[in-house]
Design a protein around this ligand. Structure first.
Ligand code: SAM
Length: 183
């Protein structure tokens, strides 16, 4: 199974119709669409991306499925996510997806960065409900990817977050999936 499929399986076991979810890097919108399909009209998915192109692609994808009402897509840095989500969601978020790196098929120079990723992740953890989950896929094969991965690892270890890890393959540069559950 590919890591994205592992991540989706992990997330889908923790969400249902009506859940509140966050996609911190909407990119081409595939993870956002996946979340919307499960949470339905009664749920809410908040999605973020820095790039106008990614926001446009995701909006088009979601509106084609007519689920736009239950999805809010913001062109914003994920470190600012809390300014775009109502405060009552704090402590009620069921799942967060964070697929790091650059937009596939887009500008490879715009990529997630270690400091911002750390800031967004440590902050979003506080918005999870008990038993809520976060999936993070880190890509270690591009410049800066290894450093970003080590920052994510350190954050998980230092905070003693409950986490399972899955590797793309055994190579040092292979992608890695972190599956975090708030205890
Ligand atoms: C690997 S892609 C995400 C793939 C996406 N989840 C999907 O299903 O297609 C990573 C995305 O992170 C976005 N990104 C990079 N830095 C960001 C930041 N600080 N805040 C929000 N998005 C960011 C990039 O623009 C890119 O679209």
């Amino acid at each position: 199974m590919r890591l994205v499929e592992h991540a989706k399986k992990f997330i889908s076991d923790s969400i249902s119709k009506g859940s509140i979810c966050i996609d911190l890097t909407c990119g081409n919108g595939l993870d956002t669409l996946f979340l919307c399909k499960i949470t339905g009209e009664s749920g809410k998915v908040y999605s973020f991306d820095l790039q106008p192109e990614a926001v446009a692609i995701t909006k088009a994808l979601i509106s084609r499925t007519q689920r736009i009402a239950s999805c809010e897509i913001s062109e914003a840095c994920h470190s600012q996510f809390s300014s775009h989500i109502p405060f009552f969601c704090k402590g009620n978020v069921s799942a967060v997806m964070m697929n790091l790196g650059y937009l596939p098929g887009g500008d490879h120079r715009t990529t997630t960065t270690p400091e911002i990723t750390e800031k967004a992740l440590s902050s979003v953890y506080k918005w999870l409900r008990p038993d809520g989950v976060i999936s993070v896929i880190a890509y270690r094969g591009h410049p800066g990817g290894k450093l970003e991965d080590s920052v994510v690892q350190k954050l998980i270890t230092n905070n003693r977050w409950n986490c399972r890890v899955e590797l793309g393959n055994k190579k040092e540069t292979s992608p890695i999936l972190y599956m975090i559950r708030k205890m």
